[in-house]
Design a protein around this ligand. Structure first.
Ligand SMILES: Cc1ncc(COP(=O)(O)O)c(C=O)c1O
Length: 378
């Protein structure tokens, strides 16, 4: 089976972890500080705050800006669900806005239609490693005084008009989950140029503590451990090389698949650096004559594993449509939209019909050619 993704770790990461174990210091020590500094330098920002996951990074960011009940936060409907749940964790209201058909990221034109007097923030997601149109997003944010929290969980090292994603909005949030462009097993990072926000984020990740026995704000245990940080520093040094392999593998596959009539390859915005967390293609089901799900099964039988997500626009998730459990059953959601009546045409045409091809840095030329052979044989 040709695997769709694989974490790339070697002896350097193993030694780094062993060193931490021998050191006896496991939490919030010198390795976390070193990883934060290196990550901030890589992004060209003043502050980086290491946390235990990408979800924690999003939640802390929303909390640091004081978002809460009745505040609306605009999110895309095609992303991992925690972009949305982080808003609910603050008891704020997720508002869905449609995506662009070329990049699968938030479409600034549609976004403008969803801004109300209750809107406080936007979370653009750089989906699959393709940057969102940040000029368009920032223009709307500036006009209405909104906070921009970039969700970069799938886009480490991606660039928009020469600037690294995460450094373009007010705050950037990264995930280091096992399958991501770089990993710490589990982990996350918040980056920002705003010193006050960085300080709030540091406090919220560590029980709201300002000192040894002083709790100023509602906080959590969202810290990153020393072992994760030690792995992160090694991975960060390899990130550009790993991305270069992902990009080369993806471009090779896509350039040899664009003659297949039942498959649509993405149009990449030339002003961006796409880092291909996924190598996405869209299936034209009527032309192929079978469903994307069935295609995935056939590919697997023939030895090619692919990703297939996200099946539905996220406004169709039962948590949102049923409103039966906490927090949507609470009074402060009385002004929230009826998610069963939300309908966004671009995402509805795409959801469930996207697959991600194997493109990880360890793939050999023979494996890439086998993928092409399998696709052309269908
Ligand atoms: C777009 C997006 N946002 C947020 C997250 C959450 O990151 P984590 O799994 O580290 O909590 C993910 C992770 O899968 C993601 O893909």
């Amino acid at each position: 089976m040709i695997k769709v993704g694989q974490p790339i770790v070697g002896d350097e990461e193993i030694s780094a972890v062993a060193e931490v174990l021998r050191s006896g210091r496991y939490v919030q020590g010198p390795r976390v500080a070193e990883f934060e500094q290196a990550f901030a330098e890589y992004l060209g920002v003043s502050h980086a705050v290491a946390v235990c996951s990408g979800t924690a990074a999003l939640h802390i960011s929303l909390a640091a800006y004081g978002l809460g009940p009745t505040d609306e936060v605009i999110v895309p409907p095609l992303t991992f669900f925690s972009t949305v749940t982080s808003v609910l964790h603050q008891n704020a209201i997720p508002i869905f806005s449609d995506i662009e058909s070329a990049s699968y990221c938030l479409d600034p034109e549609d976004l403008a239609r969803h801004v109300t007097e209750r809107t406080k923030a936007i979370i653009p997601v750089h989906l699959f490693g393709h940057p969102t149109d940040m000029d368009g997003i920032n223009a709307i944010a500036e006009e209405h005084g909104l906070v921009v929290i970039e969700d970069c969980a799938q886009a480490h090292g991606a660039e928009y008009r020469g600037q690294k994603v995460g450094s373009i909005g007010h705050v950037g949030c990264f995930s280091f989950y096992a399958t991501k462009n770089m990993t710490t097993g589990e982990g996350g990072m918040i980056v920002t140029d705003d010193e006050e926000i960085a300080e709030k984020c540091r406090m919220i990740r560590n029980h709201g503590m300002a000192g040894r026995d002083s709790h100023l704000v509602l906080g959590y245990n969202y810290r990153m451990g020393e072992m994760s940080a030690a792995i992160g520093s090694v991975q960060l040094r390899k990130l550009d090389l790993m991305n270069a392999d992902r990009i080369r593998n993806s471009e090779y596959l896509l350039s040899h698949l664009d003659d297949i009539p039942w498959l649509r390859v993405p149009k990449i915005n030339m002003d961006t650096k796409h880092v291909y967390f996924w190598c996405p293609v869209q299936i034209d089901e009527p032309t192929l004559g079978v469903s994307t799900k069935d295609l995935v099964g056939v590919l697997r039988e023939r030895g090619v594993e692919v990703r297939q997500r996200y099946d539905e626009p996220l406004y169709r998730q039962p948590l949102l449509t049923d409103r039966s459990g906490y927090p949507l059953s609470c009074e402060h959601y009385s002004g929230a939209p009826d998610y069963t009546s939300v309908s966004l045409p671009v995402v509805e045409a795409v959801a469930g019909k996207m697959i991600g091809l194997p493109n990880h840095p360890k793939l050999s030329q023979d494996e890439l050619d086998k993928v092409l052979e399998v696709f052309h044989g269908i």
